[in-house]
Design a binder for this molecule. Structure first.
Ligand SMILES: Nc1nc2c(ncn2[C@@H]2O[C@H](COP(=O)(O)OP(=O)(O)O)[C@@H](O)[C@H]2O)c(=O)[nH]1
Ligand SMILES: [Mg+2]
Length: 456
């Protein structure tokens, strides 16, 4: 599979100043050489050029110059894939890049599958699986915080942690197996104690890592936030305040927002998917009825609800809407329009964080952002969690590893045959190995790399 040469456009499809076409594999230099006519004084063919050098020339096909390009020669092993790589910078826009790619394909390269470059980097041992996944995270990160986390993972921080855990369990398993081999020497009580202590330290470490899953999911996927409330409470005004620009139409006329509006906002590194909704009321107008139905849907989907209350209205009107969907949802109550005379700020204390704001003057908005952050990062992980954050695949395997380690400990504790503990340890070791890709299956590779787009 790795002895063919692959090529793909590595930059996004669309118009731009430049596009890059990437070639990787044993024939990369030869294939590029058949498509490239060097120009200028230093006119070396790619195969004759030194590694990590850039060459000016043309892509030619059937004697015809297709595009003026810069061609970079990168020789194995100091390349992204550890294979010979050629990167061709051609003119941006769909057509030039496609012509260059077609020429390469006509001269012996094969079109790369999605993620195949990264997959080769993995298969050739340059990066492990968690690092390969980080490449995807890096490309898809939407806030600086998510980006910082992805680059930590790309640098191998998570891999090192997992490998340390795995090595530790390997050591424990070796000790247990030594006793199996010499059955006449029964395991000494101190040795058993020692093994159990080390095992419990290992599982505690797995627990800590498992706890980063929630934050990892938040940073990768964002959290969905529904802004709800009665008509005219100031929901659309709040959306605009949180965004920092005017996205939704604001009007004193009740029932202005009829459809739900979804936008992405970056709240100090926290990716939010905000949904502004139609005001919740008994509507006569069928369009508004549909809007209300969608509001309730958004409410049901939300991880967090921002409930906007008009504090200048009398208390009865601003009381909590009797919505079944609100039950058990993380919620912040926002008392809006505190700039108006007669706005009352007090609310029955009921454990729901309540923030007074004015979406007109911006007063209280910073406090609201703080409250959102606090609620989402419950436990205040911020700085520490940047170290590592596992994804759902890691989470699943880590939970299995922890379970096996627990089983091993229980077996040792109850003085069951040592073979059983050794088997459980072996299982835990394999689960950890699967996280970094030490034990892999074809299916696993497919499921990970198919999430990539072509050219990566
Ligand atoms: N004085 C004052 N008016 C506000 C405030 N927030 C919103 N409004 C006004 O309230 C009306 C309804 O606002 P809008 O955001 O459209 O409410 P929605 O129906 O809940 O989306 C508009 O006239 C806004 O200008 C506020 O904090 N203070
Ligand atoms: Mg509105």
């Amino acid at each position: 599979m790795l002895n063919d040469t692959i090529a793909a456009i590595a930059t996004p499809l669309g118009e731009g100043g430049l596009a890059v076409v990437r070639v990787s594999g044993p024939e990369a230099l030869a294939v590029a050489g058949r498509c490239f006519a060097p120009a200028g004084r230093n006119n070396l063919s790619p195969a004759a050029a030194a590694s990590h050098t850039v060459h000016f020339g043309h892509i030619v096909r059937d004697g015809q110059k297709l595009d003026e390009v810069l061609l970079t020669v990168l020789r194995a092993p100091r390349t992204m894939t550890r294979e010979d790589v050629v990167e061709i910078s051609c003119h941006g826009g769909l057509l030039p890049a496609k012509l260059v790619l077609d020429t390469l394909l006509s001269q012996g390269a094969r079109l790369a599958h999605p993620g195949e470059f990264t997959q080769r980097a993995f298969l050739n041992g340059r990066i492990d699986l968690t690092q390969a996944e980080a490449v995807n995270d890096l490309i898809h990160s939407r806030t600086e915080l998510a980006l910082a986390m992805a680059s930590e993972q790309l640098s191998g921080k998570l891999s090192r942690l997992i490998n340390q855990m795995r090595d530790r369990l390997l050591g424990l398993m070796a000790q247990v197996e030594a006793h199996i081999d010499f059955p006449e020497e029964d395991i000494a009580p101190q040795t058993r104690e020692q093994l159990l202590r080390e095992l419990s330290e290992s599982t505690a470490q797995m627990e800590r890592l498992l706890e980063t899953a929630r934050e990892g999911r938040i940073l990768r996927q964002g959290i969905s936030v529904a802004i709800i409330g009665l008509p005219n409470a100031g929901k659309s005004s709040l959306l605009n305040q949180l965004l920092g620009f005017d996205r939704a139409i604001i009007s004193p006329q009740a029932g202005t927002t009829r459809d739900t509006i979804e936008v992405f906002a970056n709240l100090r590194g926290l990716p939010l998917l905000l949904t502004d909704t139609a005001g919740l009321r008994e509507a006569a107008d069928p369009i508004e009825q549909e809007g209300v139905r969608r509001s309730l849907e958004a409410l049901a989907r939300a991880d967090l609800v921002l409930q906007v209350v008009d504090a200048s209205q009398n208390r009865a009107a601003s009381a909590d809407p009797p919505l079944p969907g609100l039950k058990g949802k993380a919620r912040i109550r926002i008392l809006n329009k505190i700039d108006l005379p007669g706005a009352h700020l007090e609310f029955e204390p009921d454990g729901i964080p309540t923030i007074p704001v004015s979406c007109q003057t911006g007063q209280g908005i910073e406090a609201l952002k703080e409250a959102i952050k606090k609620l989402v990062w419950a436990g205040g992980v911020a700085a520490e969690m940047l170290e590592v954050m596992i994804n759902s695949r890691h989470q699943e395997l880590l939970a299995k590893a922890r379970q096996s380690a627990h089983a091993a400990a229980a077996g040792l504790q109850d003085a069951l045959p040592l073979e059983l503990a050794a088997m459980d340890l072996r299982r835990a070791i394999n689960f950890l190995g699967e996280i970094v890709g030490k034990t892999i299956t074809e299916d696993l590779l497919d499921s990970i790399f198919s999430q990539f787009c072509i050219g990566k």
